[in-house]
Design a binder for this molecule. Structure first.
Ligand code: NDP
Length: 257
């Protein structure tokens, strides 16, 4: 089932890696969104150069400052999104920003655990909370039946490493304890959002992008960022209420939590 046209999308952590590639793919669609909000911590900095270059070619690309763990930054970005949408709702929020520092059971400190939890879990929670009125506006104003990204959706970029059921298969290869715990919590947030926003018709899905060659994923990873994100784009187009409150892979398969 096709999702219908996505008129607006916001991506966090979009100056590099999977976030940047998602922004590129939305802009390159034959029928691109009217506005793509690419958010990052430092829009003027060296690491946002590629994003600024894209904005010079695409008037439908809006770059916004957004540090996902800073409530003032999130609120300021939400206000700018509302103003740019000019009374329309926001179709899709992709909570992509995340970190994966090395962390073993032996090395973990309280600060390590809390810092990663704040970025990988509290950030997506704050961003979604502030943008919720705009997502509701898109959902309530849509005449599409069922759930889809063309109506309103929250996409949380998670990982198989946050799946408790799948952990025995690859724990020793990836002993990133703080990351695993934070993403297990993100999976729970996704489930809670799916319950809380069901009656509003807002689709809530967690996505595992595969193991991807980015700064976070490293050069050893299985997939190029292009391969992963082209899969994710197809998945987003086909999401429906069947994937509401579940974790799906970049190929569209459901993973156990
Ligand atoms: P990268 O390290 O390439 O990029 C991470 C992005 O997140 C950067 O744009 C970074 O911004 C941003 N970011 C980090 N912290 C914050 C913050 N507090 N506020 C705003 N932005 C922030 O990672 P990937 O592209 O690989 O990962 C993207 C998502 O996909 C993550 O959530 C990750 O967990 C998930 N994922 C990735 C996998 C992989 O193999 N690559 C596998 C499974 C899941 P800045 O440049 O300012 O640091």
């Amino acid at each position: 089932m096709a999702s219908g046209h996505i008129r607006s999308v916001l991506v966090t952590g979009s100056n590099r890696g999977i976030g940047l590639q998602l922004v590129k793919c939305f802009l390159e669609k034959p029928n691109p969104p009217q506005v793509v909000f690419a958010t990052c911590r430092d829009p003027e900095g060296a690491r946002a150069q590629e994003l600024r270059h894209l904005a010079s070619k695409h008037p439908n690309l809006a770059i916004l400052q957004l540090e996902t763990t800073d409530e003032a930054s999130v609120k300021a970005a939400a206000k700018k999104v509302e103003a740019r949408l000019g009374g329309a709702g926001l179709n899709v929020v992709i909570n992509n920003a995340g970190v994966m520092p090395p962390c073993t059971l032996e090395s973990a400190t309280a600060k390590d655990m809390l810092d990663v939890y704040t970025i990988n879990l509290v950030g997506p929670m704050l961003v979604t909370k502030e943008l919720l009125p705009l997502l509701k506006k898109a959902a309530h104003g849509s005449n599409q039946k069922g759930m889809s990204c063309g109506k309103a959706a929250i996409i949380n970029m998670s990982t198989v490493l946050g799946s408790i059921e799948k952990t025995p298969e690859h724990y020793f290869a990836f002993p990133v304890v703080s990351y695993r715990c934070s993403k297990a919590a993100l999976n729970m947030l996704t489930k809670c959002q799916s319950m809380g926003y069901k009656d509003d018709g807002i689709l809530c899905t967690a996505v595992h992008p595969g193991w991807v060659k980015t700064e976070l994923g490293s050069e050893q990873a299985d997939l190029t960022v292009e391969e992963s994100v082209s899969g994710i784009m197809k998945v987003l187009c086909n999401l429906s209420e069947k994937q509401h409150g579940v974790l799906v892979t970049w190929e569209g398969n459901v993973l156990p939590w």
